[in-house]
Design a protein around this ligand. Structure first.
Ligand SMILES: Cc1cn([C@H]2C[C@H](O)[C@@H](COP(=O)(O)OP(=O)(O)O[C@H]3O[C@H](C)C(=O)[C@H](O)[C@H]3O)O2)c(=O)[nH]c1=O
Length: 186
């Protein structure tokens, strides 16, 4: 059976004159975070998360912390929707497809609805700017991934989700919860 190639290599043929492939056979070295990048996040907690295929995590929104996501292995789709009333992209969404074999990091600020689906067994790096022990109880509002109001064209239909995520309500419900949390924070 043809193996799933992820390493650049010669498949077949003759080494042609003056043609060469240049790569570091020791492996690779990728900086996955730098303060100097000026991203939206100042991390205070880093987590390594493993997920089985067909698992969906989210959708959540936070009002006090920003997030970082970097897929290290596997294949994932990340959906984001802007729920910041004062943002020029309020009500818009974006869907990303990420591959562990092509490292990329995503950072997004408070007020962005987010969720990630894993097409294959995957591992990712996740960072937050407020520790889970501080935000987990109150600033982890959710919306059901299948709510049409999200408008995110997910490419899956029956994911494995947490019981809590299965009970998430509509985007309208999320907006009410967000207003209540904003009120309690002011
Ligand atoms: C987030 C987090 C979770 N946990 C424990 C709590 C549970 O026993 C277990 C799974 O937690 P949860 O179901 O919340 O994990 P996800 O469904 O991946 O949700 C997480 O990823 C989505 C997309 C979010 O944005 C949430 O903020 C975050 O909770 O890990 C920890 O011990 N530390 C942590 O920082």
């Amino acid at each position: 059976m043809k193996s799933y190639l992820v390493k650049g290599q010669v498949i077949e043929g003759v080494d042609l004159a003056n043609c060469q492939m240049h790569k570091d056979d020791r492996g690779s070295f990728t900086e996955v975070f730098q303060d100097s990048w000026g991203t939206a996040i100042d991390p205070c907690q880093w987590s390594v998360v493993s997920s089985e295929a067909n698992v969906f995590r989210g959708c959540h929104i936070h009002l006090r912390h920003d997030e970082y996501f970097c897929l290290l292995s596997g294949e994932a789709s990340v959906g984001l929707r802007d729920e910041r009333p004062d943002s020029p992209t309020f009500g818009h969404w974006q869907l990303y497809r990420l591959f562990g074999a092509d490292l990329a990091a995503l950072t997004f600020p408070v007020g962005i609805v987010h969720g990630w689906y894993f097409h294959t067994p995957s591992m990712h790096l996740q960072a937050v700017s407020e520790s889970y022990v501080d935000y987990g109880a109150d600033d982890n509002i959710g919306v059901h991934w299948a709510d049409p109001a999200l408008e995110i064209p997910w490419e899956f239909s029956d994911p494995v989700i947490a019981q809590r995520a299965a009970e998430f309500g509509s985007l309208e419900n999320l907006r009410s919860e967000v207003e209540a949390l904003r009120g309690s924070m002011s």
